[in-house]
Design a protein around this ligand. Structure first.
Ligand code: GLV
Ligand code: MN
Ligand code: MN
Length: 419
């Protein structure tokens, strides 16, 4: 049997569980969830913890200019410059998010490196566990993996602001990093051998089907933009209802119409307004401005553009009805990304060889994998989410499913690092 045919070791589940539970304490909220925005205090704590863990495990740790963390296991005897296998995800969360979104793939990747190191598994190429910065898009959706896939120009970086209006460049500086380095993060196609991301499904397809491992076929495309309704700021006590030009009333009318707007485009289309900003923001003032932050998605690129158009048409109609002005600003359109068929087959084969029932399914959530897929063959492994809950403190996956997913990740990384 050659070294590449030796079975991979398995993860130490007690350690992986300890890590997941420990990391959930950084940014823990009273509701049992996690608020760990990139470059926040909680993010600094988790970065310091990662550095300690790497030191103990004898792994080198490097942070690039935008805050992506690379933990590296060398392959003694591999040719210099051999492209590494990457496995990873993200450790930032949405506000009041769950304990597993991103943390699972990041900490399982660290565990994979530890196990390969501890068992002195012979490798033909290095393996890196990658934790991408700001996947959840406080400053930019999939910030870190976008920086790796294409890089950011200085002026583009300078324009990025967080939910609180703070500037990304200030946040990077406050971390003690050189902002110039944030524009030198791009990795060339071919510099990475392959990428694998383990993630919770965040929907209920696997649970409903009774499958333990999801083989991800494609990642949804998405659009982002904002609508601004402008009316007239007035006194809440003295302005009769029929005379008002209430910007928030227009926004509310649009929100009520969104399910029908989505349905008119495709059965898979979804539209969400998760941030609503009202000005001037006084209980006794009729709102003069309402800004809706929109996230709209569909597996088909053409449908995303149709959806955007349908939202704008509905917004204009609403504005007419309420005697308002409306403007729309597109922020981004991200194409749907099919994942590499050979990587899909590898997930399926490895999982089947471990006795797992698998199911192929697309991802309705965005992932760093969609950016890395531009650089290297990329695969994703899903494990079931209890009741499909995610982006919520209710997010949950069973430890059995987590262990199964982590072992599929380990065996895949082993296969890719020895092929
Ligand atoms: C990431 O979680 C996304 O789907 O926005
Ligand atoms: Mn998420
Ligand atoms: Mn995620």
């Amino acid at each position: 049997m050659s070294s590449s045919e030796l079975p991979a070791p398995t993860v130490l589940m007690a350690r992986l569980r300890r890590d997941l539970e420990h990391v959930a304490g950084y940014g823990a909220t009273a509701s049992g969830g996690v608020s760990r925005t990139s470059f926040s205090g909680a993010d600094r704590q988790v970065r310091a913890w990662l550095a300690d863990e790497c030191e103990q495990a004898g792994l080198a740790l490097r942070t690039d200019g935008i805050g992506n963390v690379f933990m590296r296991l060398e392959a003694p005897g591999a040719p210099a410059g051999a492209p590494p296998v990457w496995a990873g995800s993200h450790l930032d969360s949405v506000p009041e998010g769950g304990r597993f979104d991103g943390a699972l793939g990041s900490l399982a990747a660290l565990e994979v490196l530890r196990r390969l190191a501890e068992e002195h598994v012979p490798l033909r190429r290095p393996v890196e566990a990658v934790v991408f910065a700001d996947e959840e898009g406080n400053y930019h959706h999939l910030l870190g993996s976008t920086a790796v896939a294409r890089g950011f120009a200085p002026n583009e970086l300078g324009e990025l602001r967080g939910r609180d209006g703070d500037q990304l460049v200030d946040a990077l500086q406050a971390m003690g990093w050189d902002v110039g380095a944030a524009t030198r993060t791009a990795v060339r196609p071919g510099d990475v051998h392959a990428y694998v991301e383990l993630h919770i499904e965040q929907g209920s397809v696997l649970e409903s089907a009774g499958a333990r491992i999801g083989v991800v076929t494609a990642i949804v495309g998405m659009g982002g933009g904002h609508l601004e309704f402008r009316g007239r700021q007035d006194h809440a006590g003295t302005t009769p209802m029929p005379l008002r030009r209430d910007a928030l009333r227009g926004a509310a009318d649009l929100l009520v119409r969104l399910p029908e707007v989505a349905r008119s485009v495709s059965e898979n289309a979804v539209v969400t307004c998760g941030i609503l900003h009202v000005e001037p923001g006084g209980a006794n003032v009729v709102p003069g401005l309402a800004r809706l932050q929109l996230d709209f998605r569909d597996p088909d690129r053409e449908r995303i553009l149709e959806l955007e158009e349908a939202i704008v048409v509905a917004a204009r109609d609403v504005a007419d009805r309420h005697n308002l002005k409306v403007s729309y600003t597109r922020e981004s359109i991200t194409d749907p990304v099919p994942l590499n068929p050979r990587m899909q087959d590898l997930v399926a084969t490895v999982a089947a060889s471990q006795g797992m029932q698998t199911l192929r399914l697309p991802s309705g959530a965005g992932h760093d994998a969609q950016n890395v897929a531009r650089l290297a063959p990329t695969g994703m492994i899903f494990v079931p989410s209890v009741e499909g809950r995610s982006h919520s403190p209710a997010e949950l996956s069973t430890w059995e499913d987590i262990e199964a997913g982590a072992n599929v990740l380990l065996a895949m990384v082993h296969a890719l690092a020895t092929d």
